[in-house]
Design a protein around this ligand. Structure first.
Ligand SMILES: NC(=O)c1ccc[n+]([C@@H]2O[C@H](COP(=O)([O-])OP(=O)(O)OC[C@H]3O[C@@H](n4cnc5c(N)ncnc54)[C@H](OP(=O)(O)O)[C@@H]3O)[C@@H](O)[C@H]2O)c1
Length: 418
């Protein structure tokens, strides 16, 4: 049945009361594949909030790489995790701005009508790790809108109350929906996991991508010097605008990428290019980097371990090109380097990071805003590496530019290449 999107910006019920059904972009196991086909519009029942849960009316949703993986059904099927077996569908979307519509039993901090953004970490309050260690260490920890259904590519989303943060008032709905997942991840990687210091030197892979645009800004805010790796000049110019000292076009060093299965001679050749890249990094930063910001994985990891300074840190949160990493471990142990894993952020880190957005010290970097019909297309652009910075989707917001309550700088527009 075709889903009518003509009334998307209108809800028949007042805050406090839920309509029976909603339009949602749904992924199902039988149509895993390219995002453009895997996402389909369906009319779905609106869930009721359980204890300490909140139903948020989504005004805008942010697009992330995790739902490219969800659409592909790779490297794992999300349907095996979280509440998916209970509902049998995946409504993706791990970033949202919106309005609290209904609160469940026990919720006291938020009322219907509050304007919020949502961070994407969920964990059961019954897990002891949540109360003394870190929610990211809890056995129940999950990423909302990826490992759970009821994400933000729908008119309403179901979240835990602890996921809510006040919406930065100077941002529009689409700006406010664009940054959470990648920015909060980059914040934990650099601030908490690496304890970045003023004067540090940092090498950032994919510096014009979702994580990278925030890693670059965080380096500037911390007084650190960043060199960003990108794949063209336009992305390089964006990265410089965001505060990087310089950029490197990775196409000049294509031979350093690890493919796996190289012969010893090919490996020798690859290492030559890695050395040339390392030299360029030292020239641009004045020394080897104290920190390498990693998420590319297999292709770049041997270079990251080689290039980071003795006693330096390679911090990694993904393996986009492959997650079986191999590298010459002598460069790790003899130079006493560290590899640090990192995954999203806890609620307190998100709150502190969000305050930097509120103050304008860190700004969203928005490339495109699409209508609700553009969810599949947006994920396909990301899969094909055709984007810069972030893409937002309008859901309840009738048009771009709405939702700003006070004047402020707003988002940086990544218009080059658009
Ligand atoms: N664990 C977590 O909490 C967490 C959180 C956020 C994201 N992630 C993961 O992190 C990865 C990146 O996310 P993102 O939002 O930053 O994605 P993104 O917006 O696509 O940016 C990634 C960047 O990596 C670069 N890149 C792609 N292929 C490359 C290659 N072969 N060699 C070198 N650079 C390459 C691209 O930049 P150039 O083409 O300009 O080099 C691209 O802009 C994804 O796998 C995502 O799922 C994990």
């Amino acid at each position: 049945m075709a889903v009518d999107l003509s009334h998307l910006s209108h809800v028949d019920t007042e805050p406090g009361e839920l309509p029976a059904s909603m339009a949602a972009w749904v992924i199902r196991e039988e149509r895993y594949g390219e995002p453009i086909d895997a996402f389909q519009l369906e009319q779905i029942e609106v869930p009721e909030p359980g204890a300490f849960e909140v139903i948020v009316r989504v005004m805008a949703a942010g697009v992330n790489y995790n739902n490219v993986w969800a659409a592909l059904g790779e490297p794992v099927s999300v349907m095996r995790y979280g509440d998916h077996p209970e509902y049998g569908h995946h409504i993706g979307g791990s970033d949202a701005s919106g309005v609290v519509w209904k609160v469940g039993p026990g919720v006291t901090r938020w009322q219907p009508g509050d304007e919020v953004v949502v961070h994407c970490n969920q964990a059961s309050y019954e897990d002891p790790e949540v109360h003394g260690l870190d929610p990211l260490a809890a056995p129940s920890q999950k990423i909302w809108g990826y490992e759970t259904t009821w994400g933000s590519f729908a008119q309403f989303t179901k979240v835990q109350a602890q996921q809510l943060l006040p919406k930065p008032q100077a941002l529009t709905w689409e700006e406010a929906a664009s940054y959470g997942l990648v920015y909060f991840t980059a914040h934990r990687m650099l601030i908490n996991r690496c304890n970045i210091q003023a004067g540090d030197r940092v090498l950032i892979w994919g510096a014009a991508g979702g994580l990278g645009v925030f890693a670059t800004q965080l380096c500037r805010a911390a007084g650190a010097h960043a060199v960003g790796v990108v794949s063209n000049e336009e992305k390089g110019e964006l990265v410089k605008r965001l505060g990087a000292t310089a950029y490197i076009d990775r196409n000049e060093f294509a031979g350093m990428m690890r493919r796996g299965g190289e012969t010893p001679d090919e490996e020798k050749e690859r290492f030559k290019v890695t050395r040339a890249f390392d030299k360029r990094v030292r020239e641009l930063l004045g020394d080897k980097p104290d920190i390498v910001f990693e998420h590319v994985g297999q292709a770049t990891f041997p270079t990251s371990v080689f290039t980071v300074k003795p006693f330096g840190k390679v911090v990694i949160c993904a393996g986009t090109t492959g997650y079986n990493l191999d590298f010459d471990v002598r460069y790790l142990w003899m130079k006493q380097k560290q590899i640090i894993g990192s995954h999203f952020a806890n609620a307190y880190e998100c709150l502190k990071a969000n305050e930097l957005i509120e103050s304008g010290a860190i700004r969203p970097v928005l490339w495109r805003t699409l209508g609700f019909e553009g969810v599949g297309e947006a994920h396909q652009l990301m899969r094909d590496n055709q984007h810069l910075g972030k893409i937002s989707i309008l859901v309840g917001a009738a048009q771009e530019g709405l939702g700003r309550a006070v004047e402020g700088p707003g988002a940086i527009r990544a218009e080059v290449g658009a």
